[in-house]
Design a protein around this ligand. Structure first.
Ligand SMILES: CC[C@@H](C(=O)O)C(=O)SCCNC(=O)CCNC(=O)[C@H](O)C(C)(C)COP(=O)(O)OP(=O)(O)OC[C@H]1O[C@@H](n2cnc3c(N)ncnc32)[C@H](O)[C@@H]1OP(=O)(O)O
Ligand SMILES: [Co+2]
Length: 137
């Protein structure tokens, strides 16, 4: 399994970018707004994985609520899966609890779902399915 990304909550993408720029990383592509989650996102690639900087775009979003109660910093880890629906079914059968009934839209056309932090032993875990590439005929 691949660690797809580490999500970092920040009130300001420019401030939040400073350590990664200093490390010599560059943002991958333009910033993207994911309306479904109420976030503006900037990504830094690190090998096969990414640092995902998350800035809230509205006060009731999960990241805005998080920043009301916590300092900016590590928010979640995300794991890449081939088929998110199948993985949800498999984990549910083992008693896992998810925050939503079904996966929803994530960054760059992905489908994502979050497990309850209690199930994650105190960490918020995301599963990510990337869009499958069309094969040429
Ligand atoms: C860019 C899009 C996408 C992608 O493609 O990658 C993203 O990553 S979007 C990222 C932002 N979206 C989400 O996080 C969605 C899922 N999160 C939620 O639904 C909520 O944040 C939450 C986890 C249900 C918390 O909701 P909230 O209203 O803030 O409730 P509480 O503050 O009362 O928290 C309840 C409980 O959960 C613990 N908690 C909250 N956030 C985290 C966290 N990031 N890591 C670990 N634990 C967390 C919180 O401490 C509470 O614990 P207890 O007090 O023990 O109940
Ligand atoms: Co994420």
């Amino acid at each position: 399994m691949i660690l797809d990304h580490i999500g970092i909550a920040t009130p300001d993408l420019e401030l939040g970018s400073a350590p990664y720029l200093a490390l010599g990383l560059s943002p991958e592509g333009p910033d993207e707004v994911v309306e479904a989650q109420g976030v503006r996102v900037r990504v830094f690639r690190v090998g096969e994985s990414m640092i995902e900087l998350l800035m809230p775009t509205r006060p009731e979003s999960a990241i805005a609520r998080y920043l009301e109660k916590n300092r900016p910093g590590l928010h979640h880890t995300a794991y890449r899966v081939e088929n998110v629906a199948a993985e949800v079914e498999r984990l549910r059968a083992g008693g896992a609890t998810f925050l939503t009934p079904a996966p929803g839209p994530g960054l760059h056309g992905t489908r994502v779902i979050f497990l309850h932090p209690k199930w994650g032993q105190g960490t918020l875990i995301e599963l990510v399915e990337h869009p499958h590439e069309e094969t040429a005929h």
